[in-house]
Write a protein that binds this ligand. Structure first.
Ligand SMILES: C[S@@+](CC[C@H](N)C(=O)[O-])C[C@H]1O[C@@H](n2cnc3c(N)ncnc32)[C@H](O)[C@@H]1O
Length: 506
């Protein structure tokens, strides 16, 4: 029997308030969508004819089915799988943003035979389940001919939301492919994305100069021709000529962009979009990108040096250091469901935690590390979500009360937080205090944390240490940690002299 619930019983999702086709809500830990408005008929039909089931099976749409639930004023309620972690496009690596963009193009292609379209084609409508992006906004799927969302000027005739897709996916990806990742990321935090004009300005300098030069030449040639024509022809002939050229100009775009899109034309257009996207490659990071360890070769070298010659294998414990063993046994002891690895680098400990059954959010401020880890865990099929987050300033919340989009410190809260070989970076290179570092652990950890202290005598710290850091001692770090956790245990780490601190909150 259908369960009837009242609006008062449900918790409305803070990001879905303004949707005219219904709203998202949580009830008893599960996620539902109440469907209304003109979306009702569409969703009813797609549920009945098996389209929604098939889109879910093809991993284009988040698992969705009709719920045995009804809510006053909303005759239809659907259930959605609640994804473990919510992440946002400014936190994704180049490869992740590209994969999410291709997902939306694939979904749009699947909708062409049904004369439907994704009308809200921005990256906040895509969420990652580990390395797999999924479209989560069922309400965005509407008849292609629907004109309720876009006015005529913004609506693309072959994919109504294409201009939005272009500014929020395609243009940021182009910027990233030119190495302008920081600017692309800053614009990815803005729901308007990157306009064509903003993107053009980021293109490699020679292209911009060529365009400028061509523009100047064209302007000068036009000025001379106009001046010559004024001398040669009487004004009436000139006006006729102007009208003729104006008519020609207005013909061209109409012929290229027919108002009534045919399915074949839409498919051809989407194939071209896909080809453009596929051609974009991750370029070298320009202009102060946060590449801590450097290129791929250096990253591997860093791990080799740290482990005395070779990166230890995850499948056998041969060659493991004391640090490897201790972290592994603490993970076995706690059996966390979700682990947050802050400063994960290329993710050895993230992958270890995933092998031990945890879902892992692996964060680093180095673009190259996150991109590399995304490729590794996609290949391995590991339950790891790599994210580009600088924990000196983690992604803030959006909206008047930070509820519309929640801050990273809330979204990424985990049972166990790893902060290995990071504290010295935060202190010596990023001006963070022990209090701020421990506050980060307190906010992000539900129960446990494993952090590492590198002493001032360590080769990686010796040159950075000075009298103004006299407070940088293991004892004062432990004192700070005691303010946030109930129990601390210390273990020797590797190389010798470093300490692993296991923190527990009861
Ligand atoms: C020494 S490596 C440690 C890697 C790994 N945790 C381990 O123990 O093997 C430090 C990592 O922290 C990252 N990092 C430095 N500052 C960071 C910050 N503010 N937020 C996130 N990651 C940071 C660096 O990019 C680097 O990959």
């Amino acid at each position: 029997m259908t369960r009837v619930v009242s609006l008062r019983e449900v918790e409305e999702h803070p990001s879905s308030g303004a949707d005219s086709n219904g709203f998202l809500f949580e009830l008893e830990g599960e996620l539902f969508r109440a469907v209304s408005g003109h979306g009702l008929g569409v969703v009813e039909k797609l549920l009945d004819d098996g389209t929604i089931g098939s889109l879910c099976d093809r991993l284009l749409l988040v698992p969705t089915r009709r719920a045995d639930l009804s809510i006053e004023g909303y005759p239809l309620v659907v259930w959605h799988e609640k994804l473990p972690i919510v992440s946002y496009p400014s936190e994704w690596s180049f490869g992740m943003l590209k994969k999410a963009a291709l997902l939306l193009v694939d979904l749009e292609e699947a909708l062409v035979p049904l004369d439907l379209s994704v009308h809200d084609a921005h990256p906040w409508n895509v969420l990652y389940r580990w390395t797999r992006p999924l479209m989560v906004d069922l309400g965005a799927i509407m008849p292609v001919a629907d004109t309720s969302l876009w006015n005529e000027a913004d609506r693309h005739p072959l994919w109504p939301a294409y201009n939005q897709f272009r500014t929020t996916f395609f243009n940021p990806l182009r910027m990233m492919s030119w190495g302008q990742t920081r600017i692309a990321r800053a614009l990815l935090r803005d729901y308007l994305g990157a306009s064509d004009a903003e993107t053009d300005r980021m293109s490699p300098a020679w292209q911009a100069r060529l365009r400028l030069a061509a523009g100047d030449l064209k302007r000068q040639a036009t000025r001379h021709l106009r001046a010559g024509a004024r001398k040669t022809f009487p004004p009436r002939v000139l006006r006729l000529g102007q009208r003729f050229f104006q008519a020609l100009r207005s013909e061209v775009p109409q012929a290229a962009q027919p108002l009534l899109p045919e399915r074949r034309q839409r498919l051809r257009f989407l194939a071209a979009v896909k080809a453009h996207l596929s051609d974009l490659d991750y370029g070298p990071v320009l202009g102060g990108g946060t590449s801590y360890i450097g290129g791929q070769q250096d990253r591997t070298k860093y791990y080799e040096e740290l482990h005395g010659g070779a990166v230890p294998d995850l499948t056998s414990t041969a060659g493991w250091t004391a640090k490897n063993h201790t972290v592994a046994s603490l993970l076995d002891r706690c059996q966390p469901r979700i682990v947050l690895d802050i400063g994960c680098s290329t993710g050895w400990y993230s992958r270890l935690a995933a092998r031990k059954g945890a879902g892992v959010v692996a964060c680093d401020s180095d673009e190259g590390c996150v991109e590399e880890l995304f490729l590794t865990c996609t290949r391995e099929g590991s339950p790891i979500l790599p994210l580009l987050i600088d924990f000196r300033s983690p992604t803030p919340g959006v909206g008047p009360t930070n509820r519309w989009l929640r801050p990273a410190t809330e979204r990424l809260r985990a049972d166990l937080v790893l902060m290995l070989a990071l504290v010295h970076h935060l202190v010596f290179k990023q001006s963070m205090t022990f209090q701020q570092i421990v506050e980060t652990l307190r906010l992000t950890s539900r129960r446990w944390a494993i952090c590492e202290f590198i002493p001032p005598t360590d080769t990686w710290v010796r040159d950075l240490f000075g009298p103004r850091f006299s407070w940088y001692t293991l004892d004062s770090f432990l004192d700070c940690l005691r303010g946030a956790f109930d129990k601390l245990e210390c273990f020797p780490s590797f190389p010798e002299g470093r300490t692993l601190i296991f923190c527990e909150r009861s």
